[in-house]
Design a protein around this ligand. Structure first.
Ligand SMILES: Nc1ncnc2c1ncn2[C@@H]1O[C@H](COP(=O)(O)OP(=O)(O)OP(=O)(O)O)[C@@H](O)[C@H]1O
Ligand SMILES: [Mg+2]
Length: 455
């Protein structure tokens, strides 16, 4: 109700009182109680007036408050529009804005959760008492936490790591960022780079730490270092032979008709070893760079023939019998050159790590899973079970002296493994020490040129 209409109501009430007082016949006793009634009525009207005025003032204050809220400001305010209507319009605007803000907040919170959950880095936030206020799934996974409730737990209870605790304590007391590289025992001794920084929260000071798992990087770095050390070592031995014998020849042995050819032969053997090492390294680097080579339909019997032709003379020299068992006419798809190289490495090993009078049998066919299987079985020295898992590692040789004597650097089987992986296949080995080994190359079969899977 507006101030003007309230005033009109009051004047009307006063006018009524005056009129009543004027028309009363004071000689009539019954009419004498009339002034009392009128007085009461006037008091009631006055009280109502005061109440309505205070109510009006409150509504105006509410309207001003509503207009100061986001979305509550009114652009048009037609003359004569009631305060309550204005308030209602303001509140409607505020309601729309509040819904918008809530939607935005929900979106932001979902986005933040998605980012933190998707991060590979662990995120941990603690309060000033080192109690966990937040952490993401990567952190929980890193520390191997299997529970569901972590909020409010003390950091020592959760991560059980004094180094991490000390770091965050230091950040809280110094109020400055700190870094740490450490081994988290709770996470199977994986290593982490931690960046911790102070974090002011509504409930007081805290700290936040980002943990970056460096274990795999460090392992790769170690592999790289070992690789370089191995290559240098493998280069040094044949190079020393070449330089030594070349010096001997230059120092006069060139005229020694009995030995000079022998010395040149040693130089040639060492140079061949270097060439083979360089070519194996090149193949490995090509395979690791993801190059697949030319893709073609490969006939397995043709590959076996090519490999036999290459190792025949070596087998004869070592008195090892090469046996071409049942070879089905099966096909695979991929790089023929690489497959030949892989099979050659396996067959050459079977010949190399054999004994005079021993044999090497090669068979090929298809198994129930439509995979092409090329099996190479030898009656050689065999491989101890503890070495079986490692023979596919680069430069791994069971008997280094024997390998060097028969001319091996330990790269052959790692090339085989890579070739099989690139061709979506696998290599398996079974062996009995002293009795022999069987290597099986498994590859997805491809239809023969006439359209059949086997022919
Ligand atoms: N058929 C086999 N019988 C016994 N031991 C084997 C056989 N094949 C491989 N090995 C063992 O596995 C090791 C690794 O084989 P790999 O072919 O990688 O290296 P290498 O033959 O020594 O050298 P490279 O092949 O580079 O000339 C060999 O040194 C040998 O000890
Ligand atoms: Mg080999």
């Amino acid at each position: 109700m507006t101030g003007v209409s309230l005033r009109s109501l009051l004047f009307a009430a006063l006018a009524l009182v005056a009129a009543t007082l004027f028309v009363i016949d004071y000689s009539q006793p019954r009419q004498r109680i009339l002034p009392v009634s009128v007085g009461l009525a006037v008091t009631a009207v006055g009280t109502t007036f005061l109440l309505l005025r205070s109510w009006n003032m409150r509504i105006a204050r509410l309207r001003r408050l509503a207009e100061s809220l986001p979305g509550g400001a009114l652009r048009d305010r037609p003359a004569g529009e009631k305060t309550l209507d204005l308030l209602e319009r303001s509140l409607a605007g505020v309601a729309i804005e509040v819904h918008k803000l809530l939607d935005q907040m929900n979106f932001e919170s979902a986005r933040r959760d998605a980012i933190l959950s998707g991060m590979t880095e662990g995120v941990l936030a603690v309060d000033h008492e080192l109690r966990v206020t937040f952490c993401n799934p990567a952190f929980l996974k890193a520390i191997g936490f299997r529970g569901t409730k972590f909020e409010g737990l003390s950091l020592l209870e959760l991560a059980r790591d004094p180094e991490l605790l000390d770091l965050l304590r230091e950040v809280l007391s110094a109020g400055e960022p700190r870094q740490l590289h450490f081994k988290l025992l709770a996470a199977n001794a994986r290593t982490f780079d931690v960046h911790a920084t102070p974090l002011a929260t509504a409930s007081g000071p805290g700290a936040i730490a980002i943990l970056h798992d460096t274990t795999d990087l460090e392992r790769l770095e170690q592999i790289r270092k070992d690789f370089v050390a191995n290559v240098s070592h493998e280069l040094r031995t044949p190079l020393a032979g070449i330089i030594g014998y070349a010096d001997t020849l230059l120092d006069g042995a060139l005229g020694d008709a009995e030995n000079n050819l022998k010395f040149i032969e040693v130089i040639r053997t060492n140079a061949m070893r270097l060439a083979s090492l360089a070519s194996d390294l090149l193949v490995l680097s090509e395979l690791e760079s993801g190059a697949d080579g030319e893709q073609e339909l490969i006939s397995i019997p043709e590959v076996v023939d090519a490999v036999f032709a290459t190792v025949e003379s070596e087998a004869r020299l070592r008195e090892v019998c090469l046996i071409r068992d049942e070879i089905d006419s099966v096909y695979v798809r991929g790089s023929r050159l690489r497959l030949e190289q892989a099979l050659l490495n396996v067959v050459a090993n079977a010949v190399k790590f054999n004994r005079p009078g021993g044999e090497v049998r090669v068979s090929a066919g298809q198994n129930q899973d439509q995979q092409v299987v090329i099996a190479v079985a030898d009656t050689g020295v065999g491989i101890a079970s503890q070495d079986l898992a490692r023979i596919f590692e680069r430069f791994y040789r069971v008997d280094k002296a024997r390998s060097r004597q028969v001319g091996g650097t330990g790269l052959g089987l790692s090339i085989v493994k890579h070739v099989m992986e690139r061709m979506h296949g696998a290599v398996n080995v079974e062996s009995q020490l002293g009795k022999g080994s069987t290597f099986a190359l498994l590859l997805p079969g491809a239809p023969a040129p006439d359209g059949n899977l086997t022919s």
